[in-house]
Structure formats: structure tokens, C-alpha cells
Design a protein around this ligand. Sequence first.
Ligand SMILES: [Zn+2]
Ligand SMILES: [Zn+2]
Length: 167
Amino acid sequence: MIKINVAEIKKRLVGEKTLAYELSPAELEITPEELVIDSTVNLEGTMSNAGDVLLLQAVMTAKVQRTCGRCLKNFTGVARAEVVEKFYPASAEHIENDAFVYDSDVIDITEPLREGLLLAEPMQALCKPDCRGLCPVCGADLNDGDCGCDRSTVDPRLAALKQFIKN
Ligand SMILES: [Zn+2]
Ligand SMILES: [Zn+2]
């Protein structure tokens, strides 16, 4: 859990607090099932007084384990997440939907950081931009060289297209 004291920030309209942390996955409440983090999570940012709300702006980077969507190998990637989140005082009249609310001088910022890092993960990661993937016939990793299989008729969509061009 990551909590910050905003008592000083709230006193001044341009109050700002610099944030610089090395966070463990446990502090961010991220389990290995959600994301395997190989390092600490580096966070740099600010919490500032934006008048009616407090504004959290942060950039997080960490080394994470990813699985290549083409060749299925595990590899280490660098995650980078930007978080911009408003915190409303509980007494505020107009609170945006899903916005975070605070009612004391100590604000828990764990949830927006946690969500930000998890949401920044790509749906399909690639071990390298030109990963050749696995052979759909024999399953060999084509990055290690060609297996010699005839893959020309494997994809039915491709086969249909070839037929179409022929006609
Ligand atoms: Zn790959
Ligand atoms: Zn093959």
C-alpha cells in the first residue's frame, strides 16, 4: 500500500509534492498471477493541488516477464505506464464518475498505480518486432531456422485467396 500525506499540498494553491519511489510488487498489490515483475517498480511523479482536486501524475517503469504471442517464449520486457488521476475531497459537489475520493490528509494511491501498470501491458507482446513465430505444421520455432515444412496450404483463408487470384 502506498500512502502519501497531502496536508502541506492542500494548504497552498500551487502546492506540489515530488514523488520518487522504488516500489515492490507487493506494495502495489500486484500478484505474480497478474504480472510477473522482475525488478522494483520505479516511480517518478508529482501530487499537486489543482484547486478543487488533487492531481496525481506519475510515470512507472519496471522489468516484467512477458510471453511472446507468436513463438510463445518468455522474455523480459520493459513496462512503462503513465498515470494521471484526480482525487476529489469527499465534500466536493461535483465528483466525476469513477473518480477517487479522499477524506483525510493521507491519501492511498495504490489503486490507480496498480491499475495503471496492469493496463499498460500490451494485449499481445512480441519478443522482437520480426519474430517469425512457430511453424503451424510441426510447431518448430521458425526463429531458429526453417523446418522445411510445406506451409503454403495451411491457412484456409490464404488458400481461398490463392484460388480467387487464379480464377
Ligand atoms: Zn517470439
Ligand atoms: Zn515445420
